[in-house]
Design a protein around this ligand. Sequence first.
Ligand code: NAD
Ligand code: WQD
Length: 340
Amino acid sequence: MRVLVSGGAGYIGSHTAVALLAHGHDVVVVDDFSNSKPTVLGRMESLSGKHIPMHSFDLCDADKTEHLFASEQIDAVIHFAGLKAVGESVAKPLAYYRNNLETTFSLLRAMNRTGVRRLVFSSSATVYGDHAPVPYQEDYQPLSAASPYGRTKVMNEQILTDVAAVTDGLKIAMLRYFNPVGAHPSGRLGEDPQGIPNNLMPFIAQVAVGRRERLQIFGNDYPTDDGTCERDYIHVEDLAAGHVAAVEHLDDLREPVRPFNLGTGTGTSVLELFHAFERAVGHALPYEVVGRRAGDLPAYWADPARAHRELRWQATKTIDDMCADTWRWQSQNPQGYPDA
Ligand code: NAD
Ligand code: WQD
C-alpha cells in the first residue's frame, strides 16, 4: 500500500514510516515541522534505504491537502499530525481544538473527494477519563477527558464514528496509545521534545545526559505498591508495528470504525521506570519526591486483547528495552536532532 503519514516527521510518525517501509509499503509524509525538524527525514531515508516523498504544509489548509491527494496516489492514511501537550492545551484551548479538529476535517474531505477509504487515527488512553475500570477496555462508555487536548481526541473519535457510518466502504481504526516511550534501536530516531519535557521518560533521559539537574517525582503517596503512579509504557517500535498491523487489517474490520488499545497490559511505577533507566545508564541518577501533579490518576493500563485478537498484534519489548533504546538515542543525540 502507499500510505500517507500525517505528522510523519514527529516521534511516533517517523518510527511508523520506517516500519511501513520495512514491511514493503510505500510512504508519503506530510508535516509542517511545527513540532519536529526536517533533518529527521534524512535519517528515515538512510535507515530504510528508500526515498520518502515529503510535503511540508499545515494540514488545516484543506485546499493544499486536497492538492496533495490529487498529486499523489494514496491507498491509506495514518493521521498522527496534531498538538499533544496536555498543559499547553489548558492554556491555549482554541489552538488545540483548531489544529486537532481541522487537520482531521481536511483529511476527511480530501479522502472523500479522491475515494481513499482507509484511515488509522492516533487516539489516546486519555479518552477513558477518570472513572473507567482498570484495565481499560475499548467498549467502555462514556468517553471523556480532563483537558482540552484529551477532549480533541474524544471529539475526533465521535466525528470519525459519525462519518464512517454514512461513508460507503470507509474503514477506520482508532488506536488508543498508552504511554509511548523508547526509540529506534539504531539510536538514530527518538523523541526530541522542544523545551522542558512534559513527560517522564524524556525528562529522565535529559537528567541522565546532564541537560536537567534531577527528576522530580510527582508524589509517592498514591495507593500503589511503592506509592508512585503506575502507567502502561509501550515501546515506540511496538507502537509502530501496531500501526502496520492496523493498516493491513483495515479491510477486515468487523465495523466501519473500531477502537483498539495499544498497550502492554502491564503497569510500571515511576520509581520502577526510573530504576530501570539507571540500569541502562549504569549508575545512579538524582531525583527528589515533590507534591502530586494536578490531574494525575494513580494507576492504569490497557487490556490489549482486542488488538491481539483482531490485528494479530502484541507488544514484545520490555521496560529494560525501552530504557536501553531511549538511552542509546539520548546519549548519541544529547541535543536531539540537528537543525540542519
Ligand atoms: P509529535 O509532536 O512528535 O508529532 C506530531 C507531528 O505532527 C509533528 O511532527 C508536527 O510538526 C506535526 N504537525 C502538528 N500539527 C500539524 C499540522 N497542522 N499540519 C501538519 N503537521 C502538523 O507527536 P507524537 O508523540 O509523534 O504524537 C503523534 C500523535 O499521537 C498525536 O496525534 C498525539 O496526540 C498522539 N498521541 C501521542 C502520545 C504520546 O505520548 N506521544 C500518546 C497518545 C496519543
Ligand atoms: C507519567 C507519570 C507523572 C514527569 C500523558 C498524557 C496522555 C498521553 C501520554 C497523549 C505520571 C510522573 C512525570 C515528571 C513525574 N499523551 N512524572 N515527573 O501523564 O501518564 O500521560 O502522556 O495522549 O494523554 O496525559 O504521562 O509521562 O507525563 O507521566 O513524576 O517530571 O510520571 O506524575 O505519574 P501521563 P507522563
